[in-house]
Design a protein around this ligand. Structure first.
Ligand code: ADP
Ligand code: MG
Length: 303
C-alpha cells in the first residue's frame, strides 16, 4: 500500500493507515506506536541527535555563486525549497539546473544523487538538461560528459490532476527506497508546479478548506520523503495579483498559509534585464533575508 519501510509507517497518521490497510483507528494507532519504537523516530530528540542528523544535510550548488551565498552555500537536503514568481521568472530553469547539479560529485557541489520530477505543467525538457550538462565547468578528471548519463538519473512523471500528483509523490517513496543503496540514491525531488492543479481544480471559497487539506497532506508526504531520503524537496509556485496592494510588490505566492508554513525556504524570483534574474530569500529558519542576482543562459544558471 505504499509503505515500504518501518520508518514510513512510523511517521504515518492513523487516518492514512486506516485508509490504506482497512484496519480500525485503534489498530492503526497501535501499529504506528510499534513502528515508532522499532524505527526510533517520531518522539522527542535531544539537540545533539538533531545536530547529528543535520550533519548529514547536503548542500547542492545552484550554478550561481551569488545564489549559493544567499542560501548559505547552496540548496539543502531535508528541507523544502519553494521557488515562486511570475511566468518566465526562471523557476523551471532553476529546477532543471538542480536536476543536473545534484548528480555531480561532491567536489563540484553535487551529491552524486538521482532525481525524481513530478511535472504538472508539461515543461520538463530533456534537451534543456543536455544544454546545461554541456554548460557545466570541466570535470576535475578532465572526462567528457555525456548528457545521456545525466538523463538516465532523472525520472519524470506527468501529473494529470492533483490526486494523481499526490499518488505520484507516494510512488516516489517506493522508487527512492529501491535506489537507496544504489550508486545514485535519490537526493532531489522536484514538483513543478506544486500548486497549479490544486488552484485549477478547487475554485471558489467553499472549496478552500478541502484544497488546503489536500495540499497539506501532499506537502507532508514530500517533507517525509526529504527526511527519510536525505533529499531536497524543490517545489515551484505561481504568484497571484493582490489587488488591494497600493505600495510594494502587488503579487504574492498562491497556496496560502499551508505552503507558507511548510516550506523551509521561500525564494522569490523576478525577471530583470535580459538574462538577469533577482532572487529574494523570503523565509529561512537560519539565514538573513536578502537578494542575489543570477542569470539564466543557454548554458544554464550562472552568475
Ligand atoms: P517559469 O518561472 O515560468 O517556470 P522558466 O523557468 O521556464 O519560467 O523560464 C523561462 C525563461 O528561461 C525564458 O523566458 C528564457 O529567458 C529562459 N530560457 C529558457 N530556455 C532557454 C535557453 N535554451 N537558453 C537561454 N535561456 C532560456
Ligand atoms: Mg515553469
Amino acid at each position: 500500500a505504499g509503505f515500504n519501510s518501518i520508518e514510513a509507517i512510523a511517521v504515518a497518521s492513523p487516518g492514512e493507515l486506516v485508509a490504506a490497510a482497512e484496519v480500525g483507528e485503534a489498530t492503526a494507532s497501535k501499529i504506528i506506536a510499534g513502528a515508532r519504537e522499532v524505527a526510533d523516530v517520531g518522539g522527542f530528540e535531544t539537540g545533539d541527535r538533531i545536530l547529528e542528523r543535520r550533519r548529514l544535510v547536503g548542500k547542492i550548488n545552484t550554478g550561481s555563486k551569488n545564489l549559493n551565498e544567499l542560501l548559505g552555500g547552496g540548496m539543502e537536503t531535508q528541507s523544502i525549497m519553494e521557488l515562486y514568481g511570475e511566468f518566465g521568472s526562471g523557476k523551471t530553469q532553476v529546477a532543471h539546473q538542480m536536476a543536473v547539479n545534484v548528480q555531480l560529485p561532491s567536489e563540484m557541489g553535487g551529491l552524486h544523487g538521482s532525481v525524481i520530477i513530478i511535472d504538472t505543467e508539461n515543461t520538463f525538457r530533456p534537451e534543456r538538461i543536455a544544454q546545461m550538462v554541456k554548460g557545466l565547468p570541466p570535470s576535475p578528471d578532465g572526462q567528457e560528459r555525456d548528457p545521456a548519463d545525466f538523463l538516465k538519473n532523472i525520472s519524470v512523471a506527468r501529473a494529470f490532476n492533483s490526486n494523481h500528483q499526490i499518488l505520484l509523490a507516494e510512488s516516489a517513496m517506493e522508487m527512492a527506497e529501491k535506489a537507496k543503496d544504489s550508486d545514485y540514491p535519490v537526493r532531489l525531488i522536484i514538483v513543478d508546479s506544486v500548486t497549479a492543479h490544486f488552484r485549477a481544480e478547487y475554485v471558489g471559497r467553499g472549496t478552500l478548506a478541502n484544497r488546503q487539506q489536500k495540499l497539506n497532506k501532499h506537502l507532508h508526504d514530500l517533507m517525509r520523503f526529504g527526511d527519510l531520503n536525505n533529499a531536497l524537496i524543490l517545489v515551484t509556485n505561481q504568484v497571484m495579483a493582490k489587488p488591494d496592494t497600493f505600495f510594494g510588490d502587488p503579487t504574492k505566492p498562491v497556496g496560502g498559509h499551508v505552503l507558507g508554513h511548510t516550506a523551509t525556504f521561500r525564494l522569490y524570483l523576478r525577471k530583470s534585464k535580459g538574462e538577469k534574474r533577482i532572487a529574494r530569500l523570503v523565509d529561512s529558519p537560519n539565514l538573513p533575508d536578502g537578494e542575489a542576482v543570477f542569470t539564466v543562459t543557454t548554458e544554464g544558471v550562472k552568475d
